[in-house]
Design a protein around this ligand. Structure first.
Ligand code: NAD
Ligand code: G6P
Ligand code: MN
Length: 441
């Protein structure tokens, strides 16, 4: 491999982009860089973060050529890593994903329920275009993708590009959880060896071994049940995220076997969540008034003073660190363990081979080599089978332009369930997404 790498960040205007830029400058010992270019379809939005990036790179990594562009004609030439995190339709469409289902008494969330399906279908056309654009210019580049709903995007891309071996879909929530367990136990999570299985935003830690080989899962479970649970970066989190982490205690009270991913709260306690969600002020409103405002204001401030020294633009660096560390593991063939999305192919016994499962894997030059999970218990198998069928049908609805499969997908989704509700919410989502979805027949 090359001595220095060329990286493109797709979705340069993302609220998470400054964190990735910071991680890139910070980790040059493990991911040496020649060129970093941000690409976004929204020039004005990206320029604010791009100007921050120029100052950051000038101060922290002056030898790296840094730029940003909305011209994709040559952006992927001679690229080694494409780091991708786009939001098709922006926060306006996220708002409809949340509010349309909620107006009917159904959960709508970025990646969960009917709103998650709406976003998944929206993301696919852009994601397919990005993969084709990258491949036209850099057939060997690795595409590391965060774009949500990552479960649907991962499954959809695997169906559209069956011969692809250099697309890796990742999620930072397992890392966020590991860091939070570290905070709870008063130790660093870096040395934890996790065992995890599930689908994205739908999984469980079965074991977490410390350096001495001790399984920390029972200790963490007991601690959370007694004292509650907070994110590692609790002081910077919005109220809805604190509420989300608090629900882990409920889940461990009812289902003490494994440590659950926080997103399971919606599937396990939909009535409770519904009663505590405000249909007039959802997570998109909260993000617009918190993370988005904070990130863009801080980038503008940095541009004004001309220095990023001491900037607080990145509060939780788990997101940026993970994508840089995964890229480095591939580049340096370190075979470090990460929790990532891969094709099941027998990892979980008896589960469909084409499911994109989220499991621990050793990551090296050939990408992720997943560790076997084996047999899973009926409760988890049942939950996952329904969710897998929903994911598959949602993506087949997109690929085949099938109204019937979309209706089946929503009817199977635990957060819809009733076929008449499924039809009503589907019709409303079709109308709201007419600029983004293919016509379903
Ligand atoms: P955001 O709206 O702030 O940023 C997304 C950016 O993507 C915008 O600047 C937008 O203009 C740009 N964009 C949209 N379509 C594009 C396209 N076709 N090509 C290039 N750029 C395009 O959103 P955000 O909250 O920062 O999140 C970005 C994405 O990352 C979302 O999909 C989010 O769900 C995802 N995310 C995933 C994880 C994970 O765990 N997998 C974690 C954090 C964020
Ligand atoms: C976690 C999840 C992501 C999600 C992110 C932000 O990290 O793993 O998939 O996009 O949180 O969610 P928010 O609701 O704050 O935009
Ligand atoms: Mn995620």
């Amino acid at each position: 491999m090359k001595e220095k790498l060329n990286v493109v960040i797709v979705g340069g205007g993302s609220t998470w982009c400054p964190g990735i830029l910071k991680s890139l400058t910070k980790h040059q010992d493990i991911l040496p860089l020649k060129r970093v270019v941000m690409y976004d379809t929204d020039a004005d939005r990206q320029a604010v973060i791009g100007e921050f990036g120029k100052i950051l790179f000038r101060e922290e990594a002056p030898d790296v050529a840094f730029d940003y562009t909305t011209d994709k004609s040559r952006v992927y030439e001679d690229v080694d890593f494409v780091l991708c995190q786009i939001r098709t339709g922006g926060y306006d469409m996220r708002s409809t994903d949340e509010k349309i289902p909620l107006s009917m008494g159904l959960i709508g969330q970025e990646t969960v329920g009917a709103g998650g399906m709406a976003y998944g279908i929206r993301s696919m056309t852009d994601m397919i275009e990005i993969v084709n654009d990258v491949r036209a210019q850099s057939p060997e580049a690795w595409i590391i993708n965060y774009t949500n709903p990552a479960a649907l995007v991962a499954y959809g891309l695997a169906r559209v590009f069956p011969d692809e071996h250099r697309i890796l879909n990742i999620c930072d929530q397992p890392v966020n959880l590991l860091r939070s367990y570290g905070r709870l136990l008063g130790c660093a999570s870096r040395e934890f060896e996790p065992v995890y299985f599930g689908l994205n935003h739908f999984g469980w830690f079965t074991h977490i071994y410390d350096e001495a080989g001790r399984d920390l899962v029972p200790v963490i479970r007991d601690h959370v049940r007694e004292h509650g649970f907070k994110p590692a970066d609790a002081e910077q989190r919005d109220q809805s995220w604190l509420d989300t982490y608090a629900m882990v205690a409920d889940m461990l009270h009812d289902f003490p076997d494994y440590l659950p991913n926080t997103y399971l709260q919606y599937y396990l306690y939909p009535k409770y969540k519904l009663a505590h969600l405000d249909p007039a002020y959802t997570r998109s409103d909260e993000v617009i008034n918190s993370r988005e405002k904070r990130v863009f204001a801080e980038c503008r401030r940095v541009a004004q003073v001309g220095s990023a020294k001491g900037s607080s633009v990145v509060q939780n660096d788990a997101h940026g660190d993970m994508i840089v560390e995964v890229s480095s593991a591939i580049y340096r063939n370190t075979r470090q363990t990460f929790i990532v999305m891969v094709k099941n192919d027998g990892i979980i016994e008896g589960f469909p081979n084409d499911a994109m499962v989220e499991v621990a894997a050793s990551v090296g030059v050939n990408g992720p080599q997943p560790y076997a999970v084996g047999k899973i218990e009926p409760f988890y198998y049942g939950l996952m089978t329904t969710q897998y069928s929903y994911e598959r049908l949602a993506m087949e609805a997109y690929l085949e332009h099938s109204y019937e499969k979309a209706l089946q997908a929503l009817t199977l989704n635990r957060l819809v369930n009733d076929a008449k509700d499924a039809r009503e919410v589907l019709d409303k989502l079709i109308e709201a997404n007419k600029d983004y979805w293919p016509e379903l027949k």
